[in-house]
Write a protein that binds this ligand. Structure first.
Ligand SMILES: NC(=O)c1ccc[n+]([C@@H]2O[C@H](COP(=O)([O-])OP(=O)(O)OC[C@H]3O[C@@H](n4cnc5c(N)ncnc54)[C@H](O)[C@@H]3O)[C@@H](O)[C@H]2O)c1
Ligand SMILES: N[C@H](CO)Cc1c[nH]c[nH+]1
Ligand SMILES: [Zn+2]
Length: 433
C-alpha cells in the first residue's frame, strides 16, 4: 500500500528528493521504444501506424480516418443525457477560455511611429485524445474548445480505436460538438509521429497538443522541434495539502481519483496531522475495494503514492512547491490563505467542495496540465497555446532620421557593418560618428 513518512527533520526531505527523481526518470526506459516507433512512422507512414495499432490496440480500422457519415451514424448511439452533459460542460469550458483571448494591438507614438502585435490562430493543429485504458471525451473538449476560440483553421484529432477497431461514440460526439475537422483512429507514439511528419492519410500539423500516457508524452518530447508542442502532459498526478480540519474520506477518494488513471499516476498527501494520515490510509484501504479500477489504483499507490506527515503546514507548502504537481488540492481550514503561496501547480482546487474531478470534467478551467514537475515552467493548456504572434514596426523618414545615429552605433559596436549600412544609405547627408 501507500508509503507513509513521518517528519523527523531529514527523512521527509530525502523522501521528497526520491519522489522528484521518480517523476523525472520514469520515461528513461521508454525512450528507445518510442524512438523506434517514430523512425518507423517517418519512413513507412500509414503502414507503420497500421501495424502498431494492431500490435498495441488490438484491431485497426481499414481506413484510419472517420468520414462525416460514419461520425453521424456512430453518434446516434450516444445517450441523449450524456450529450446534454457534454453541452453544459462545453459551455463552462468555453466561458472560461473566452476570458483568455488576447487582442491584436497597435500603438502610435507622438512622432508618428506605429508598432504593434498581430495575434492569429495557428493554421493546423493536432490534438491527441487518450483512449488506452479509458476513453476521454472530456479531453476532446479541453483540447478543441480553446483551439476553436483561438481561431485555428483546421483541427486534426487522433485517438486510439476501441478493442474492436471501432471509434468510441462518446468521443466522436464531443469532437463534433467542439468543431474538430478531421478524426483519425490511431493512438500512442505512432499517432504523434504521424501528425508531426504527416503520412499518406494524416496531414502534417504545426503543433501537437493534448495529454497521454508515457509513450505519448515521450513522443511529444522527442518530436519537439519537428513540430511545436504544448507541454509534457503525461500520467496524472494529485497532491493534497490538508490540515486537521480535512475529511479523510474525501482525501482518500480524491487521491484515488487520479491514481485510477494509470499505474504510473501519482497521488500524494502532505499533512501536519498524523491522525489524519492514519485515517486516510484506512479510508484508502476501505474505498479501493469498491472501485472498478482497483488493480491500477493499488499499483499506482504502491509505486507512486505517498503520505508525508510534515512538521507543519509551512513545510507542506514548501514540499508542494518542490514537487510542482499537476493538480493540487488544498483541504485546509482557510484555503484562500494558501493561494498566493502555491507557486508551482497546474491547477489548484480550494476547499473541501472543489474535488479534482470537478475540474476534469465540468468547472471550466483546462484539465490538460503539466506533469512530472514541469508545472515549474509550463502552464495549463489555454487559448494562448493555439496562437502565434507577429510584431510590426512602421517608422516615418523623420523618426528614423532621429534614431539613425543610435542604430548605427549599435551595429558598429557589434561589428555588423551591413546593418549600419542599411541605415546610412537612407541618410547620406548625415555625418555618422
Ligand atoms: N496530464 C494531463 O493533462 C492528462 C489528462 C488526461 C489524461 N492524462 C493521462 O493520459 C494517460 C492516458 O493513458 P492511456 O494509456 O489510457 O491512453 P493513451 O491514449 O495515452 O495511450 C494508449 C496508447 O499507448 C500506446 N501503448 C500502450 N502500450 C504500449 C507499449 N507497450 N509500447 C508502445 N506503445 C504502447 C498504444 O499505442 C496505445 O494506443 C494517463 O496516463 C492519464 O493519466 C493526463
Ligand atoms: N485528470 C486528468 C488529467 O490528469 C483528466 C481527466 C479526464 N477524464 C478524467 N480525468
Ligand atoms: Zn482525472
Amino acid at each position: 500500500m501507500i508509503t507513509t513518512v513521518i517528519a523527523d527533520g531529514k527523512k521527509e526531505y530525502d523522501f521528497i528528493e526520491l519522489l522528484k527523481s521518480r517523476a523525472q526518470n520514469s520515461d528513461k526506459n521508454v525512450i528507445p521504444i518510442v524512438s523506434e516507433i517514430i523512425e518507423n512512422v517517418k519512413t513507412n507512414g500509414d503502414k507503420a501506424v497500421y501495424d502498431y495499432t494492431v500490435k498495441f490496440d488490438g484491431k485497426a480500422p481499414e481506413k484510419a480516418e472517420i468520414s462525416a457519415d460514419e461520425i453521424d451514424a456512430v453518434i446516434s448511439e450516444c445517450d441523449p443525457k450524456y450529450i446534454e452533459t457534454v453541452r453544459k460542460a462545453a459551455k463552462n469550458i468555453e466561458d472560461f477560455h473566452k476570458r483568455q483571448v488576447q487582442q491584436s494591438w497597435l500603438t502610435t507614438k507622438n512622432n508618428g511611429v506605429i508598432m504593434g502585435q498581430r495575434i492569429r490562430g495557428l493554421k493546423r493543429v493536432g490534438i491527441y485524445v487518450p483512449g488506452g485504458t479509458a476513453a476521454y471525451p472530456s479531453s476532446v473538449l479541453m483540447n478543441a474548445i480553446p483551439a476553436k476560440i483561438a481561431g485555428v483553421e483546421e483541427i486534426v484529432m487522433c485517438t486510439p480505436p476501441m478493442k474492436n477497431g471501432k471509434p468510441n461514440p462518446n468521443i466522436l460526439a464531443a469532437a463534433k460538438l467542439a468543431g474538430v475537422d478531421r478524426i483519425f483512429l490511431m493512438g500512442g507514439a505512432q499517432a504523434i509521429a504521424a501528425m508531426a511528419y504527416g503520412t499518406e492519410s494524416v496531414p502534417k500539423v504545426d503543433k501537437i497538443v493534448g495529454p497521454g500516457n508515457i509513450f505519448v508524452a515521450t513522443a511529444k518530447k522527442l518530436l519537439y522541434g519537428t513540430v511545436d508542442i504544448d507541454m509534457i502532459a503525461g500520467p496524472s498526478e494529485i497532491l493534497i495539502i490538508a490540515d486537521k480540519s480535512a475529511n479523510p474520506k474525501f482525501l482518500a477518494a480524491d487521491l484515488m481519483s487520479q491514481a485510477e488513471h494509470d499505474k504510473l499516476a501519482s497521488a500524494i498527501l502532505l499533512t501536519d496531522c498524523e491522525e489524519l494520515a492514519n485515517q486516510t490510509v484506512k479510508e484508502l484501504e476501505r474505498q479501493v475495494q469498491t472501485l472498478s479500477r482497483n488493480e491500477i489504483i493499488n499499483s499506482s499507490l504502491d509505486n507512486f503514492g505517498a503520505i508525508i506527515v510534515c512538521s507543519d503546514m509551512k513545510q507542506a507548502v514548501l514540499f508542494a512547491n518542490e514537487l510542482a504537481p499537476e493538480h493540487l488540492e488544498v483541504c485546509c481550514e482557510n484555503p484562500m490563505e494558501y493561494v498566493g503561496k502555491l507557486d508551482n501547480a497546474g491547477s489548484v482546487f480550494l476547499g473541501n467542495y472543489s474535488p479534482e474531478p470537478l475540474g476534469d470534467y465540468f468547472a471550466g478551467p483546462n484539465h490538460v496540465l503539466p506533469t512530472s514537475g514541469t508545472a515549474r515552467f509550463f502552464s495549463p493548456l489555454s487559448v494562448d497555446s493555439f496562437v502565434k504572434k507577429s510584431s510590426f514596426i512602421c517608422y516615418t523618414e523623420e523618426a528614423l532620421r532621429n534614431d539613425a545615429q543610435d542604430v548605427v552605433r549599435f551595429a558598429d559596436t557589434e561589428g555588423l557593418t551591413a546593418h549600419a549600412n542599411s541605415i546610412k544609405v537612407r541618410f547620406e547627408d548625415i555625418d555618422f560618428e
